[in-house]
Design a protein around this ligand. Sequence first.
Ligand code: SF4
Length: 374
Amino acid sequence: MKMENGKSLPKPAVSEIEKKLLERIRESEGPLRIMHVCGTHERTIAKYGLRSVLPENIEVISGPGCPVCVTPEEDVNIAIALAKSGATIVTFGDMMRVPGSAESLLDAKSEGADVKMVYSIDDAITLAEKKPELEVVFFGIGFETTVPANAAALLRDTPENFSILTSQKQTPPAINLLASDTNVDAFIAPGHVATIIGTKPFEPLAEKGFPVVVSGFEAADILLGISLLQMQVEKGISRVDNGYPRVVKPEGNTIALKMMNEVFETADSEWRGIGNIKDSGLVLRKEFEEKDAARKYEDFYASALEEVRKRAEGKDKKRCICAAILTGKAKPPKCPNFGKECTPKSPAGPCMVSQEGMCYNWFKYSREGGGKIA
Ligand code: SF4
């Protein structure tokens, strides 16, 4: 079986550690439905064919762990409206391809809007410094992993022509919501998020009776995580195990947390495919409101936003089922567009855009006869 790029697929996990972990996992007979909430976990699981080597009684499903996938259409619409109103929108490459209600930032760029790709908020600030004639807006999306960099940048002096459009999310409220809404027995929590916030924010989930393990991103890390979850189930307990202690401290990164809290505060937030989740967003504090592009330019982009929304009326959205995929209720091959009208080269929905997207990874790495991955 070849991947999309013509190269052969990597072989499934075979190291001695992985073999031993798999033996341990196969000894446990009870059924276990595990959800992870991390695009990087999904990538490792798909890349190494882990679902195809797990026993039938273990199912690993993906939750809303891909940041560009959960960025709501309306936030993309606002970014497009800002660009069409004369602002220079700068953001990550993946974000440029994610569809809003009717189009993506890349579509807007092809129509003449000033949209640029950057690798970090610092690149955006540098652009604003070099081009004072531009109104530079950084479209900042992501989870707790990327928020500290945004906070650190805003704590420095930034030029007047620089502002940020935020669509930042916090992971634990989404997991807590899904725990009460999804048929899941246990959770793998994202190691990079826990590196920042620590293990404590996942404790309410364990208190509700769900075994939780914080996992790293190697195949062995994920197998270890599954094994630790099985052990909790066998003992009839639920707690937060740290399966990534080489990086994650229980208290997290206190310096990063302090910076985040100085600049951002918790607010309700809209997640694509899920809806509004209480206290799941991070928005700029009042002290930083002059850097908030949504407020700063509200009057300028209002009519462009109406136009962007109108374009969506009657538009065929190709029946994207990302909402069901992001909540673990469906798998990519269930979508009629999967691999046909929707591919990484021509994504019809957000889950096919990013290397962290479930559809992207299933398209790129799915194997013939690959057990649960197929
Ligand atoms: S295959 Fe494409 S259209 Fe279908 S759910 Fe995935 S992203 Fe959406």
